[in-house]
Design a protein around this ligand. Structure first.
Ligand code: NAD
Length: 367
C-alpha cells in the first residue's frame, strides 16, 4: 500500500509558506507516495491547487488516512488530535514551546520530527531549514532597513552634490547575518559586521564587509558561540556604544542556540545613535539583541526607528517555500524508501531529530 502524505495549509497568522511545492510533490510521488494537500495550501506562496494536481497530488482536507504529515509551523492542537497514532509529523514544530501542543503530540502517539532539532552536520545541510530560512530572513531584514531609512544606501554623485553611502553594521555573522551583509553590500552601503566567533572575520571580508573588532572572542562547541561572561559583555558594550554613534543602520542577528537572544544594544546606546538611524532586530522572536525591541513592532525611540519583525522568511514565501520544501523532501527521503516508511535508528539524523526521544520500536543505540 502506498504511503499517504498530507501537506497542511498553514494555520498561523501571517504564515505564507508551504511545506511542499509542485516540484517536491513530484519527487514524493516518484518515491511511491500518494500525496494530498489541504485546499489552498500553497496559494499564499504562489502555488495553485492546479499546479499540485498537475504534479500528481490530490486536493483533500481529510487527515485521518495520513501516514506522513508535512507542515511549516506546528499545527493547532485540534488538528493534531485528528491524526491517528503512529502518524509521522515533519516540520518546524518546536514542541516544547507550548505545553498544550507537547501534550497533544504525546497523547496522539505521533512520531514527531521537529526539523529545528536536526544536527547541523555536513550531511544534514540539504535538510537544514534553520539555514535556508535564515538566509531569506537576513535578506528581507536588510531590505526593511533600507525601506525605513531616511537615507540612500549607495554613494551618489549628483548635480545636487555628493551623497555619502549609509554605514550599515550587522551584529552576528551567522547565516542570517552573512546574507544581511551581502545584501547591504549589493545595495551599495558601507558594511561592517561583528561576531564573537573569530572565523567570521574571513567570511565577512569575503563578502566585501569590514570586520569590526570589539576585542571579544567566544567560540563555543559545535561551531557555535558561547554566552559571554559579564566582563566580556561589558567590554563589547563599551566599544560598541562608541562605534554606534557613527552608524546609520544596525541589523541584529546574534543568537546562541537554546538561549534567549544575547542583549547587545542597551537603551542608552540607542539614545546615543544619530536621529534617523534604523535598527532591525531579527532576534526579536527570542527577546531581541536590542533592549528597545518590541517583537512584531516598528516604532521610534529617541529619533531612532526600531523594528522587530517576526515573519521575515514568510515575506519571501515563494523562495523560502522552495528551499523549505526541498529541505523537507531530503529529510523524508531518509525514511521513505520503496514506497514504505522505514526508520533506521542508527542514522543519527533520525535518532537525534525525533522528539521527545527514540521511539520504543527503535533498536538499542550503537556507539
Ligand atoms: P546563527 O546561529 O547562524 O548565527 C548567530 C550568530 O550570532 C553566530 O554567528 C554567533 O556566533 C553570533 N553571536 C552569538 N552571540 C554573539 C554576541 N554576543 N555578539 C556577536 N555575535 C554573537 O543563527 P541564524 O540562523 O543566522 O539566525 C539569527 C537570528 O535570526 C536567530 O535569532 C533566529 O531565530 C533569527 N531569525 C529570525 C527570523 C524572523 O523572522 N525574525 C527568521 C529567521 C531567523
Amino acid at each position: 500500500m502506498a504511503v499517504e502524505v498530507r501537506v497542511l495549509k498553514e494555520a498561523a497568522v501571517g504564515e505564507r509558506r508551504v511545506a511542499a511545492t509542485p516540484e517536491t510533490v513530484g519527487k514524493l510521488v516518484a518515491a511511491g507516495a500518494r500525496v494530498a494537500l489541504q485546499a489552498g495550501a500553497g496559494s499564499a506562496a504562489g502555488f495553485t491547487d492546479q499546479a499540485y494536481r498537475d504534479a500528481g497530488a490530490r486536493i483533500d482536507d481529510a487527515l485521518a488516512e495520513a501516514d506522513l504529515v508535512l507542515c511549516v509551523q506546528a499545527p493547532p492542537v485540534a488538528l493534531i488530535e485528528q491524526l491517528r497514532p503512529g502518524t509521522v509529523l515533519v516540520g518546524s514544530l518546536h514542541p516544547d514551546a507550548d505545553p498544550a501542543r507537547a501534550a497533544a503530540l504525546r497523547a496522539g502517539e505521533l512520531r514527531v520530527f521537529p526539523l529545528e532539532r536536526l544536527p547541523r552536520t555536513t550531511r544534514a545541510q540539504s535538510m537544514d531549514v534553520l539555514s535556508s530560512q535564515a538566509g531569506m530572513a537576513g535578506y528581507k531584514a536588510t531590505l526593511i532597513a533600507a525601506q525605513l531609512a531616511p537615507r540612500f544606501f549607495p554613494m551618489l554623485t549628483t548635480a545636487a552634490g555628493t551623497i555619502r553611502p549609509s554605514r550599515v553594521l550587522v551584529v552576528g555573522a551567522g547565516v542570517a547575518g552573512l546574507q544581511a551583509i551581502a545584501t547591504a553590500k549589493r545595495l551599495g552601503a558601507q558594511v561592517e559586521g561583528f561576531d564573537v566567533r573569530p572565523e567570521t572575520r574571513e567570511q565577512i571580508e569575503s563578502l566585501g564587509g569590514k570586520f569590526l573588532d570589539l576585542g571579544v572572542s567566544a567560540a563555543g562547541e559545535g561551531g557555535y558561540a558561547r554566552a559571554l561572561t559579564e566582563e566580556e559583555r561589558a567590554e563589547q558594550q563599551r566599544r560598541l556604544a562608541e562605534h554606534l554613534r557613527s552608524v546609520d543602520v544596525v541589523i541584529c542577528t546574534a543568537a546562541v542556540p537554546g538561549r534567549p537572544a544575547p542583549k547587545i544594544i542597551g537603551a542608552a546606546m540607542v539614545a546615543g545613535m544619530r536621529p534617523g538611524s534604523v535598527i532591525v532586530d531579527l532576534a526579536a522572536e527570542t527577546g531581541g539583541n536590542c533592549e528597545a525591541t518590541r517583537p512584531g513592532e516598528t516604532f521610534q525611540v529617541d529619533g531612532v526607528t526600531v523594528a522587530g519583525p517576526l515573519d521575515l522568511a514568510s515575506m519571501g514565501a515563494v523562495h523560502a517555500s522552495e528551499m523549505y520544501a526541498r529541505n523537507v523532501f531530503n529529510f523524508v527521503a531518509l525514511f521513505l524508501k520503496d514506497a514504505a516508511l522505514a526508520f533506521d535508528w542508527d542514522d543519527e539524523l533520525l535518532a537525534k531529530t525525533v522528539w521527545p526521544e527514540r521511539p520504543a520500536d527503535a533498536a538499542a543505540p550503537t556507539a
